[in-house]
Design a protein around this ligand. Structure first.
Ligand code: ZN
Length: 374
């Protein structure tokens, strides 16, 4: 089976699809899946190609795979040993942009479904939720797919996200949640004036400094189990005209908060507002990613069991890394586990993956599909 997954991965890599361009990948996937009984629903929006491929199952329940066909830019092409869009295989290593993130995982899932269909093995309803905007803005990508499924009443019972979750070998790590992100722009207002005439001015930095000191020392409470603590970082402070003798009329600060699920956006907003209570301040909040955590239970156990059966590895249920589209599915109430290849070269010049990983990942996906129950 690894050959089939590898061939598909090569063909996907050869389709240049720098975000949000799909490069024809999703049409190619449709042509492959149609003979297996999949029907494609296009949910294109804002120049982004989104597809829901569905195959009605012989068994109850719906298991989804979520992934993306877009890749990040190559960087300087002359620094690549192999053409980033050639899908060259040398000494068991597949080279190219998307080899780890995440065309190989898409290929492995297709190979796994194809294998089971070819064997007439009864399986649940399978969905592939594929977007060409995961690496970019993620505004018209997976969100639109989920809106469509919510409207149609076709949300899956569980979802594997094919992001490259593993560190040393396939199966060593799954991601069962991610921290959320809140970004804040705080503008403290005062009145500019001459430093020798403070009675005619109002120093914005003097207002900002104590408020920022409070923000820097907020106690965010006990973190949710399995998650790093909430991190609140003041990343920029800017005020004043550059002149020593001018009292600043404003001071601007940028704050970046990575919160674990023990905190939430409303609570964070109230806490920050309380720290600035005494100030004339404008606070702009951007809740760019919601925190999520899939609880221990049958779905995560199935994924761990499949990994153990195929590789013998006890997998780590991790919550590290940045954000992923898993957050949108989790927000819709779908249990999510992220499982893909290793991630040692993602977004780097010379992205590559061992072909042997594709064989292992295909076998794990096959086992998950075969043993999925609702
Ligand atoms: Zn990715």
């Amino acid at each position: 089976m690894s050959e089939i997954a590898t061939n598909i991965a090569v063909k996907l890599i050869r389709r240049e699809s720098v975000t949000p361009d799909d490069g024809g990948c999703q049409n190619y996937i449709e042509r492959m899946l149609a003979p297996l009984g999949f029907v494609r629903t296009s949910v294109d929006a804002g120049g982004v190609t989104n597809s829901i491929y569905t195959r009605m199952g012989e068994l109850p329940g719906t298991l989804a795979f979520a992934g993306h066909t877009d890749v990040v830019p190559t960087g300087p092409v002359e620094k690549w040993q192999f053409d980033p869009f050639s899908g060259e295989i040398v000494d068991g290593i597949l080279h190219g942009r998307g080899a780890q993130d995440m065309k190989s995982a898409v290929a492995c899932w297709i190979a796994a479904v194809g294998k089971l269909c070819g064997e007439y093995t009864p399986i649940p309803t399978i969905q592939l939720l594929i977007t060409s905007d995961e690496e970019g803005e993620s505004v018209d990508g997976t969100i639109r797919i989920i809106e469509r499924m919510q409207a149609d009443g076709t949300l899956p019972d569980a979802c594997i996200v094919g992001e490259p979750s593993c560190s040393e070998m396939v199966g060593d790590t799954i991601r069962r949640g991610r921290r959320g992100v809140v970004q804040i722009k705080a503008t403290f207002h005062g009145k500019q004036g001459h430093s020798a005439y403070p009675q005619d001015a109002d120093n914005a930095i003097h207002h900002a400094a104590p408020a920022l000191a409070k923000i820097a020392t907020i106690d965010w409470g006990t973190p949710a189990a399995g998650f790093p603590a909430t991190s609140c970082q003041i990343t920029n402070v800017n005020g004043g005209t550059g002149a020593t003798n001018v009292i600043p009329g404003f001071c601007e600060a940028l704050i970046d908060i990575r919160y674990n699920p023990a905190n939430n956006f409303d609570g964070i907003k109230c806490t920050i507002e309380a720290c600035c209570e005494a100030c004339d301040v404008t606070l702009e909040f951007d809740h760019s990613a919601i925190a999520f955590s899939t609880a221990d239970g049958p779905f995560l156990d199935l994924v761990s069991d499949s990994i153990r059966r195929v590789t013998g590895i006890e997998t780590l249920r991790d919550t590290g890394g940045g954000t992923s589209d898993g957050r949108f599915l989790a927000a819709a109430g779908v249990p999510v586990a992220e499982l893909g290849t290793t991630n040692s070269t993602i977004h780097q010049v010379g992205e590559q993956v061992a072909v042997s990983e594709l064989a292992t990942l295909t076998a794990i996906y096959t086992d998950i599909i075969e043993n999925f129950e609702v």
